[in-house]
Design a protein around this ligand. Structure first.
Ligand SMILES: NC(=O)c1ccc[n+]([C@@H]2O[C@H](COP(=O)([O-])OP(=O)(O)OC[C@H]3O[C@@H](n4cnc5c(N)ncnc54)[C@H](OP(=O)(O)O)[C@@H]3O)[C@@H](O)[C@H]2O)c1
Length: 318
């Protein structure tokens, strides 16, 4: 009989209360793969969407299905021809595979070594586990596409959540100015991370408030929320001529064809994770954790994350 591990898993898509916890086969490190003992797994809105079957036409799944795409942990074994890491190395990764089956809400995962990077060591394992998905999303949106530079202004819609928390700090790391939008309760939090200006989407027409704060306009809009904020911003024309928009929530917004726009869907990238780890080790990135959950509490964690009002990150510690 193969070795077993504890995991949170689904036997069908649907209600988040139906997520089970129990023993499943422990994965093995195949050729070019690394077996990681998971210590911390960030929880993301997409995990709730996966569990409800909302992505099943885009990315196939197989049951029993373990959700979870973020991992920080310790290398337990390396497979044949996997040479980048050794047992005992502390690593982190964004673990999305072409088939959703072996996720990170479990004690172990086996991943191609190319997915992994050494984790930042200046922050806790829990904080490291909260970085990969949101860190790569912010990086690929504001740097790869947005080409954000020193003294440019970035407007982040949804700046206190998982993605926004990383986006503020990555933008500050290159010397950009940041306008962060979230509810009033999160304004001190965003300022503490480095936001120069904060706007409450409940209190203001967000577009008018941005125009007042930055009459010359913004260079890049990073759209990582739902609600009306984006439409309000577009109504007031605060994007500078030649400015860009990256969205991670709307693939085809109603905007002029002249605007350079990209819908970003985050991809694994270990070089970018190495860069983010270096920033964290230099004290430029931290990941405030609002709550940690056990594997048995995975359903609760997913119910909380799907509300889309998390400050910082939720983490599962298997
Ligand atoms: N395409 C991709 O690759 C990709 C990757 C990652 C995430 N996403 C998506 O991006 C979204 C954000 O993810 P996340 O992990 O950062 O979520 P999160 O942690 O729940 O954060 C949501 C953020 O949105 C803010 N917010 C809520 N309503 C708003 C409104 N009307 N206007 C402006 N801000 C508002 C929240 O602030 P308050 O709490 O103050 O309301 C919070 O800052 C989710 O929909 C997620 O599914 C997509």
């Amino acid at each position: 009989m193969s070795e077993q591990m504890n995991a949170a898993y689904l036997e069908d898509y649907g209600d988040l209360n139906n997520i089970k916890t129990g023993k499943l086969d422990k994965p093995e490190a195949g050729e070019g793969e690394v077996l990681v003992r998971i210590k911390a797994a960030g929880v993301n809105p997409v995990d709730a969407a996966v569990a409800k079957g909302m992505l099943k036409d885009a990315i196939p799944g197989e049951f029993p299905l373990i959700p979870g795409w973020d991992v920080a942990g310790v290398v337990e074994k390396t497979g044949h021809a996997a040479r980048r890491f050794q047992a005992g190395d502390e690593v982190y990764a964004y673990a999305r595979r072409p088939l959703i089956k072996h996720g990170t809400f479990a004690e172990y995962i086996s991943l191609p070594e190319a997915y992994l990077a050494e984790r930042p060591t200046n922050i806790s394992m829990e904080e490291a586990g909260g970085i990969p998905l949101v860190g790569l999303t912010a990086y690929q949106s504001i740097f790869d596409f947005g080409e954000l530079k020193k003294d440019q202004t970035l407007l982040i819609l949804g700046a206190s959540g998982g993605v926004g928390t990383l986006a503020i700090q990555l933008a500050k790391s290159v010397g950009a100015n940041v306008i962060g939008v979230a509810s009033e309760a999160n304004h001190d939090y965003m300022k503490d991370l480095g936001a120069d200006v904060t706007i409450d989407y409940n209190d203001h027409h967000v577009g008018e408030a941005v125009k007042k704060a930055q009459p010359e306009g913004v260079d890049l809009i990073f759209h990582c929320s739902r609600g009306d904020s984006f439409a309000q911003v577009m109504e007031t024309g605060v994007l500078k001529d030649g400015g860009k928009i990256a969205s991670i929530t709307k693939s085809k917004p109603d905007i002029s064809d002249d605007i350079e726009f990209k819908y970003v869907f985050v991809e694994p990238n270990s070089e970018q994770l190495e860069h983010i780890a270096a920033l964290a080790d230099n004290g430029k990135i931290r990941v405030p954790i609002s709550k940690t959950y056990t594997l048995e509490e995975t359903g609760q964690a997913l119910q909380e994350i799907e509300k889309l009002h998390t400050r910082g990150k939720l983490i599962i510690t298997p």
